[in-house]
Design a protein around this ligand. Structure first.
Ligand code: F6R
Ligand code: MG
Ligand code: MG
Length: 363
C-alpha cells in the first residue's frame, strides 16, 4: 500500500496575498529532500497556488501519520521563518498553534490523504485552489463521479456502471453521511448544493469500495473563530480504468463556477482554471484560481507533473471566467458578489449596529 498525502498552508504571501516567494519553495524542497534521504518519504513534489505552499508527498506510513504531519508542520514553520526574514505578507498566517499535536488537522493547514494499492498504471490528478473555500469541489466532484453528461464512462464503461459513493461532511456540526449514486443523487444534491455547509470529503468506487477521490474540507474560519485566511482547498483524484478518464476529471473545470473566497474571503467569483505560471491572483485579489498537477505513480515515485490546465482548450473557460469576474465586480459591495452577512470573513457589522443603537424605531 502507498499513501499519497497533500498538505498545504499559506505561510506568507508575495506580494500581498498574490503569490509565493521562491525562497519558501526552496526551503520546502530542502526539508522534503532530507526526509526522502532518511527514508521517511518515498517521493515528493513542492508547488504552490497563489500564496499557498503545497507539499505533495508519497510514503508507506498510512493516513494521519504523526511523522509525516510533523514533517509538514516543521517545514511550514521553517518557511514561515524565511517569510518573516523577508517581511513577506501574513508570515505564518495558517499556523494557528505554537505546538504540534500529532496531526495538522485543526491547526490551520489543509490536508487530503489516501492510501491504496498502486495499480499497474496509476494516474493521479491533484487540484489546488486559491481564494476559494472548501466546498468548491462539490460541483466538480458531482460532475466527475455522478453526471453522465460529463462522464460518459458512467454509461458505457462496464467497470464504472454501478456508480460511486460520496462521503459528505457537515463542516459546521462535524458529522458525516454517505450517499450512493446514482440512486440517491436527489437527496445528496439537497446537501452538497450548499457548499458552505456540506462538503464532499471522499468518493469511492462501487462495489470495490476503492478510494477514488479525497478533498481537504478544513475550514480555517471555523477553526480559529476569527478571520485568518481562506480554506484554499486541495483535491486528489485517481484516474483511468475503473475511475473516470483524465479528460472526464478535468472537464467540469471548463465551467468557471462561482465560489466563495475572493477579496477578503468575502466575495463570490468565478473559479478560473490556469497553468502554474498564471496562478497569481491579482485583480481585486483574484479571481479565484485552480491548478491541476498530473502524475503517474511508479512504486510511489511521482512521475511528473504535467501542468494540466496549461492547455489552450481551457482558454475559453478563462475568457468566460474573466467575463463573469467583470459581471460580479460591477455589483461592488452588493450581494451576490459580496457574501451573505453571516458568511463574510471581514465585517464591521457589530460596530455599525452599535453606532446605530437607538436610531432604529419600529416600522
Ligand atoms: C487572502 C485574501 C485577500 C485578503 C486581502 C486583505 O486570502 O483573500 O483578499 O483578504 O488582501 O488582506 P489583509 O487583511 O491581510 O491585509
Ligand atoms: Mg494569504
Ligand atoms: Mg491563499
Amino acid at each position: 500500500m502507498i499513501t499519497l498525502t497533500v498538505i498545504k498552508a499559506d505561510i506568507g504571501g508575495y506580494v500581498g496575498h498574490s503569490s509565493m516567494h521562491p525562497d519558501l519553495m526552496a526551503h520546502g524542497r530542502e526539508q522534503l529532500e532530507k526526509a526522502k534521504g532518511r527514508g521517511l518519504l518515498i517521493d515528493f513534489h513542492v508547488t504552490r497556488c497563489g500564496d499557498d505552499l503545497e507539499l505533495i508527498m508519497t510514503h508507506d506510513k498510512g493516513e494521519g501519520n504523526d511523522r509525516i504531519h510533523r514533517l509538514a508542520w516543521d517545514t511550514f514553520m521553517g518557511c514561515a521563518d524565511c517569510a518573516r526574514k523577508l517581511k513577506l505578507y501574513g508570515a505564518g498566517q495558517d499556523l494557528l498553534s505554537d505546538a504540534f499535536a500529532g496531526t495538522v488537522r485543526g491547526m490551520g493547514p489543509g490536508s487530503a490523504e489516501m492510501e491504496f494499492e498502486e495499480r499497474v498504471s496509476e494516474p493521479v490528478l491533484i487540484f489546488m485552489a486559491d481564494k476559494c473555500s472548501s466546498g468548491a469541489w462539490n460541483l466538480p466532484m458531482y460532475k466527475i463521479f455522478a453526471d453522465p453528461f460529463n462522464t460518459i464512462g458512467l454509461i458505457i464503461a462496464e467497470n464504472m456502471h454501478e456508480g460511486f459513493s460520496f462521503e459528505v461532511h457537515d463542516v459546521k456540526e462535524h458529522k458525516k453521511v454517505t450517499f450512493n449514486t446514482p440512486e440517491e443523487i436527489y437527496d445528496m444534491l439537497v446537501l452538497i448544493g450548499a457548499p458552505s455547509r456540506y462538503a464532499v470529503k471522499a468518493v469511492r468506487h462501487r462495489p470495490s469500495g476503492e478510494i477514488a477521490a479525497v478533498s481537504s474540507t478544513d475550514k480555517l474560519f471555523e477553526i480559529s473563530g476569527r478571520y485568518v485566511g481562506k480554506d484554499d482547498p486541495v483535491l486528489i483524484v485517481r484516474s483511468q480504468g475503473k475511475f473516470p478518464a483524465v479528460g472526464e476529471v478535468l472537464e467540469p473545470f471548463a465551467f468557471p463556477q462561482a465560489v466563495e473566497g475572493w477579496m477578503r474571503g468575502s466575495h463570490f467569483g468565478p473559479l478560473m482554471p490556469v497553468g502554474l505560471a498564471q496562478a497569481n491572483p491579482s485583480r481585486f485579489d483574484g479571481p479565484p484560481r485552480v491548478i491541476c498537477m498530473g502524475f503517474q505513480l511508479s512504486g510511489g515515485k511521482l512521475v511528473g507533473p504535467v501542468d494540466m490546465f496549461d492547455d489552450p482548450s481551457f482558454d475559453e473557460a478563462r475568457t468566460k471566467a474573466n467575463r463573469a469576474a467583470e459581471y460580479f465586480r460591477r455589483h461592488g459591495p452588493f450581494e451576490p458578489h459580496r457574501l451573505p452577512l453571516e458568511e463574510m470573513e471581514y465585517t464591521t457589522m457589530p460596530q455599525v449596529m452599535k453606532k446605530l443603537q437607538g436610531r432604529f424605531s419600529a416600522l
